[in-house]
Design a protein around this ligand. Structure first.
Ligand SMILES: Nc1nc2c(ncn2[C@@H]2O[C@H](COP(=O)(O)OP(=O)(O)OP(=O)(O)O)[C@@H](O)[C@H]2O)c(=O)[nH]1
Ligand SMILES: [Mg+2]
Length: 313
């Protein structure tokens, strides 16, 4: 039987909008995506540059289907993978009907050339309007927020509206979703109305393990690794056997990830498995291997596994 909460397309006119969630690294874009969709679709960590490719999450708001593109943060890229990440962020903006610029409200007033300023300059250059969303309001006193909102929406800014939210607590997220539904263009839904994401299971499973690694490891190590799902085997008993490889760039990084007697990789694997069982709703047998490939972040095959296009030289 159809879920009564899920609207049906034949009941009346429909709207469909694609919304890019842009912002500096660590602004809270993936936390916001998950809050808007109401489900864990994109990984989150306290480290900047967690999201490496475009992640699509879908939400229904009344008669509108909202297709959210969570993209990597915008920063000045140096390495090949970083350039591919920032290119994915700009292409998200190009493909969207609406651009939301998420700003960590604790951020100091605009320093020219910083990551958010780069996004604002890009929007101005493309003559595009956007919605400003000040995030992390749970950490900032209200007068500071108002001053920031006013400073960022002076004449000449690309912003048509300002929202103040906490993606973490959910404060203000409903109002933002309703507004986005209201301004979405008329059009048919592009996904079934009960679909929450457009991600392959194998990729999502690798992302969840990468999230646990990002949370457990420090300094540059998270940025030096990638995770790939190499085997995905459905078992007759309804469980799934997942084999993943963690690839690092240097021999010296391997023992850090393994930990004394393999304790760290075991804890990481257990945290990932537990979450995968919740996401996929069935038992998961997860096997992790660590190997070294100093060039993985420059190799098109590994970038593609992460959902990135290798940038042209
Ligand atoms: N206190 C507070 N923390 C938040 C809020 N939103 C996000 N965070 C935290 O900010 C950190 C970064 O969140 P992410 O959602 O990964 O940020 P992102 O913009 O997707 O980051 P990248 O993918 O690296 O570009 C995490 O530790 C979140 O828990 C918020 O509203 N309040
Ligand atoms: Mg992110």
């Amino acid at each position: 039987m159809a879920d009564p909460k899920v609207p049906a397309a034949e009941e009346g006119p429909t709207r469909c909008g694609t919304i890019a969630l842009m912002g500096a690294p660590n602004a809270g874009k993936s936390t916001l995506l998950n809050a808007l969709v109401g489900s864990k679709v994109s990984i989150v960590s306290p480290k900047p540059q967690t999201t490496r490719t475009r992640i699509t999450g879908i939400a229904m708001a009344e008669r509108a289907q909202l297709i959210f593109l969570d993209v990597p943060g915008v920063f000045s890229p140096k390495r090949t993978m970083e350039r591919a990440m920032v290119a994915a962020a700009w292409s998200g903006a190009a493909d969207a009907d609406v651009v939301v610029v998420l700003v960590d409200a604790r951020r100091q007033p605009d320093v020219p050339g910083d990551d958010t300023a780069m996004i604002i300059d890009h929007l101005k250059h493309k003559n595009r309007k956007a919605i400003l969303v000040l995030n992390k309001v749970d950490l900032v006193p209200r007068p500071t927020l108002l001053a920031k909102a006013s400073a960022m929406t002076q004449p000449g800014s690309p912003f048509t509206d300002v929202f103040m939210i906490s993606a973490l607590t959910g404060s203000g997220v409903d109002d933002l979703r309703k507004h986005l539904a209201k301004i979405s263009p008329d059009g048919p839904w592009l996904y079934p109305p009960d679909q929450l994401a457009d991600i392959q299971e194998r990729f999502l499973a690798a992302e969840i393990t990468r999230e646990k690694l990002f949370i457990a490891l420090h300094d540059e190590l998270p940025h030096a690794l990638t995770v790939e799902t190499e085997r995905w085997e459905e078992k007759k008993d309804g469980s799934v056997r997942v084999e993943q490889r963690v690839i690092v760039t240097r021999d010296s990084q391997k023992p850090i990830i393994l930990g004394a007697g393999g304790a760290r990789i075991k804890a990481i694997g257990m945290a990932s498995r537990k979450e995968l069982e919740v996401i996929f709703g069935r038992p998961v047998h997860l096997f992790l291997q660590v190997s070294v490939d100093k060039d993985w972040a420059e190799t098109p095959r590994h970038l593609r596994a992460m959902g990135l296009e290798a940038p042209r030289r």
